[in-house]
Design a protein around this ligand. Structure first.
Ligand code: UDP
Ligand code: MG
Length: 160
C-alpha cells in the first residue's frame, strides 16, 4: 500500500490553467499567478490570446450538449485569455482545490472562485479536471516548443 501511495502522490504532473476574460478584465492575472507560484508550482508555459470559437468548442467538447454551452463559448471567446501550463506534484487535484468549485457560491473562501467570483458564468478561471484532460488541453492550446523546461533554484527547498 505504501509503495502505491508513494507513486501516486509523488508524481509530478502538468495542469492547464486559463484565466478567463473576466479574470483578465478585472485585473486578477497577477494574484492568480501568484497563488500557483507561492504554492511551489513551476510555470512552464504562458501566453495571452483571443481564443477562436473553434478552439473553445474543442476545449469544451464534453459539454457540447449542455444548455449553457453556447453562452459559455460566447463568454470565453470575448477574450483575451491567459493560457498557462503549470508543473508540480499532484497538481491537478491540488490545483482544483486552489480554484474552488465550479459555482463561486459553492466555493470556499480562500479559493480563487470563492474569493473573486459570484456567478458560475463568470467564474474567472479554468483548470483541467484530470491528468488525461490536462494532457489533452495542453496539446490543444500549446505547441511543444512553447513549453519551457527549466530548473527552478528553489526545487530542493520545495521538495524534500
Ligand atoms: N458553466 C456554466 N453553467 C453551469 C456549469 C458550467 O456556465 O451550470 C460554465 C462555467 O464557466 C464552467 C464551465 O462551464 O467553468 C465548464 O464547466 P465544468 O463543469 O467543466 O466546470 P469547471 O471544470 O470549470 O469547474
Ligand atoms: Mg471542467
Amino acid at each position: 500500500f505504501l509503495f502505491f501511495y508513494f507513486f501516486t502522490i509523488f508524481i509530478i504532473s502538468l495542469l492547464f490553467i486559463m484565466i478567463k476574460p473576466d479574470g483578465v478584465q478585472r485585473g486578477l492575472c497577477g494574484v492568480i499567478i501568484k497563488r500557483f507560484e507561492r504554492k511551489g508550482y513551476k510555470l512552464i508555459g504562458l501566453k495571452m490570446l483571443n481564443p477562436t470559437e473553434e478552439i473553445l468548442k474543442e476545449h469544451y467538447k464534453d459539454l457540447a450538449d449542455k444548455p449553457f454551452f453556447k453562452k459559455l463559448v460566447n463568454y470565453i471567446s470575448q477574450g483575451p485569455v491567459i493560457a498557462m501550463v503549470w508543473e508540480g506534484v499532484d497538481i491537478v487535484k491540488q490545483g482544483r482545490r486552489i480554484i474552488g468549485e465550479t459555482n463561486p457560491l459553492d466555493s470556499a473562501v480562500g479559493t480563487i472562485r470563492g474569493d473573486f467570483g459570484l456567478e458560475v458564468g463568470r467564474n474567472i478561471i479554468h483548470g483541467s479536471d484530470s491528468v488525461a484532460s490536462a494532457n489533452r488541453e495542453i496539446n490543444l492550446w500549446f505547441k511543444a516548443d512553447e513549453l519551457i523546461q527549466w530548473k527552478n533554484h528553489s526545487t530542493e527547498w520545495i521538495y524534500e
